[in-house]
Write a new protein. Sequence first.
Length: 609
Amino acid sequence: MCGIIGVIGQEPAAPQLIDALKRLEYRGYDSAGVATLEGGKLTRRRAEGKLKNLEARLLREPLTGTTGIGHTRWATHGRPTENNAHPHATEKLAVVHNGIIENFSELRRELEKQGAKFSTDTDTEVIAHLVTVAMKRGASPIEAVKAALPRLRGAFALAFLFAGEENLLIGARQGSPLAIGFGDGSMYVGSDAIALAPFTDTVSYLEDGDWVIVTRGGAEMHDRDGNVVQRAVLKSQASVLLIDKGNHRHFMAKEIHEQPEVVGHTLANYLDMAAERVALPFALPFDFKKLNRISIAACGTAYYAGMVARYWFEQFAQLPVEVDIASEFRYRDVPLAPGNLAIFVSQSGETADTLASLRYAHAQQQHVLSIVNVPTSSIARESDVVMPTLAGPEIGVASTKAFTCQLAALAALAIAAGRARGALAESDEKALVHALIEMPRHLNDALGLEPQIEQMARDLAKCRDVLYLGRGTSFPIALEGALKLKEISYIHAEGYAAGELKHGPIALIDENMPVIVIAPHDKVFEKTVSNMQEVAARGGRLILMTDAKGAAAANDGQSVMTLTLPTVHAAVAPLVYAVPVQLLAYHTAVIMGTDVDQPRNLAKSVTVE
């Protein structure tokens, strides 16, 4: 969730860049930098740590150019050093980047064979060299960027500054957001409207796959096919709001769409993406090999994240796991053998039942690890180890991006446990980590199904009851889908393990009952399909969420509405399948006219019993 800013103005750009980057500090970062054109020459100033270090350097070594780009970096590839800080530059250009380039290794090898000299450990530097190679062959900056973008695989936002081009910035987005700001004789690009608020309240948001040519005269936007397109120009309220909704109608919608970015941000904190292995940024005060059991406690959506994690710890690490609703755990007098691990999951870090459960675990001499979105919270302060989820502020009461970031952190921890216990081979670790690295792109692809999901929601909004089914790691996602629908649309919904269908819920099935089946093509797919057939035989209205292979296998003439999601590694499928159940609940609620961001009777942080 790095911060990007670009300015083409009338005054020195560096102070404006710093001002904007300060407004993006909430996104988290570990280094910062700016680049401007000084007499047409690219000039950079970068620093490790907080923006005050960059400000101090600019006082010593000021920049006066009126065109520039700036960046706050959260390290993904390469340590948070000054050398790895953005902007990255060649003799032709400088670039700032938010996101992950999945195929950077193969691009780097290709570029090195062509003579490119790399000076950092980052994935971003391949972008700079890829565009530079094209320019050296005679392409203009615009032509070079247009040719390079299709070669980049992943989720990203980019801003380019070119030597000798005082009146040009180029931006692009695929997954990660990018906004364009319109001023009087000045133009801006930024990660969100908050960064642009000191300069303008008139903004436009690039859509997925868009790229833009920015000059002092305005912005020419292109879609992924190169066609000139128009995007809505809006008045932003970011100057008076802590967090801006952007071009979304609700905070919940914005937070759903932030997931490719914030999941990538979270994964970057716990993975070595270049080596494709888990690299926890802290020493654990316990040895996974000596644990006999893990206890997980949480409430609501966080509890479902814990349920998914149980499958992961047991599969990857061969470690028994008990998952409890925190409000039950705290009163159950659970016998806990000293020296084991208790994990507590909470968005706010202030959930009263979860905090009480943590204190009980401490009293039972458990090692306590918390997964929270607020690292200064009570739960974080009272834990032995804290794994921040780095989702950024979540305003919508119904948790979305915090949930997928919790899953990302738990997946990394479970893989680490598997390696530590010798239950997971190095090759297995690489395969799982590679699948996680691809997650931002796949999340973005899932978001691309929103128009189809919105159509499904129109039918769902007419119903009184909805059933969600899933097996394995899809079972907690079924529970989460039902919870989301209940929370914000007020439609009664239940999630069940698909194998339990015939043990009671099948009595509810009739032609008026929608049944949403979450079934990636995994080892339990055929079992789930057999349950789906039981629903079809009784006239139930089926919605199947699966991948291409699952859609083909289930297409046997039944009346099934199918949503085909990206094909992903089965173990990490819950991260992707969370997106459609969130969007389905969201659009159903919007159609029904409920208060999506602040549903009745609910609070964001439950700090009482």
